[in-house]
Design a binder for this molecule. Structure first.
Ligand code: SF4
Ligand code: SF4
Length: 235
């Protein structure tokens, strides 16, 4: 097969011919690196879809190299919205930064056992492998680098929804600016997640919870000239 890979030293696609079929993209890249071009640079670790370090884009869609099986004609690029270190390696430090911004951790939680059904409510969100594919796909993060973003907001919902969390008010306050109300609910972050996490739905749940806690969508207030006015009742 022939695949093209985005190189960083010249900003161009480079084609490679390999005699491999029905193997993962990671196997193909390992073959290229050891047999054809030792300068090709990419990141990987666990080789089993657990560490999240090998996310790239193939034909414009985010995949894990250790899970995706390439076909001839594929175009491989680094994930978007992250600084390219070299070739397919990007700096994913923004994920950790936004975890801090959103206070996405357990804080002041009650020391008591949790029922299995209560853990099921937050199980999916706990499965994130920090691959940053959702940030790569997010059109809001693409234009606003301060947007807390899909993964970190999902994680905030995981802790807000944790039955041991005694007070979610600090977390909810932390996601009001560049957070839940800035998401356009496009859903682009959902199909790219290798773990089946749906940040859009989690952000929707955070919005509902925020409304119950007395927060308002600032964009809605702006759109209606600074205050909601539904006019006079019609009889
Ligand atoms: S649903 Fe929200 S977080 Fe997800 S990609 Fe769209 S704008 Fe980004
Ligand atoms: S939510 Fe999914 S796509 Fe986003 S970083 Fe976590 S595992 Fe990756």
């Amino acid at each position: 097969m022939t695949i093209s890979i985005q190189r960083s030293h010249n900003g161009a696609l480079q084609s490679y011919n390999v005699e491999l079929e029905n193997v993962t993209l990671l196997s193909v890249l390992n073959h290229i690196k050891t047999k054809i071009d030792p300068t090709l640079t990419y990141a990987h670790s666990c080789r089993s879809g657990v560490c999240g370090s090998c996310a790239v884009r193939v034909n414009g869609r985010e995949v894990l190299m250790c899970e995706y099986k390439p076909k001839s004609g594929d175009c491989v690029e680094p994930i978007r919205n992250a600084r390219v270190v070299r070739d397919l390696v990007v700096d994913s430090g923004h994920v950790e930064r936004f975890n801090r911004t959103g206070s996405a951790w357990s804080e002041g939680s009650r020391e008591e056992s949790v029922k299995a059904e209560e853990m099921e409510r937050i199980e999916t969100q706990s499965d994130c492998i920090l691959c940053a594919s959702c940030y790569s796909a997010c059109p809001v993060y693409a234009v606003n680098p301060d947007f807390i973003g899909p993964f970190a907001l999902t994680r905030v919902w995981r802790y807000v929804n944790d039955p041991r969390e005694q007070d979610a008010s600090a977390k909810m306050a932390a996601v009001q600016t560049n957070g839940i109300w800035d998401c356009m609910l496009c859903g682009e972050c959902v199909p790219v997640c290798p773990q089946g996490i749906a940040p859009k739905q989690d952000i929707t749940m955070l919005r509902t919870k925020a409304s119950v806690m007395g927060y308002q969508d600032p964009n809605a207030a702006t759109a209606f000239g600074g205050g909601l006015d539904f006019g006079s009742p019609v009889f």
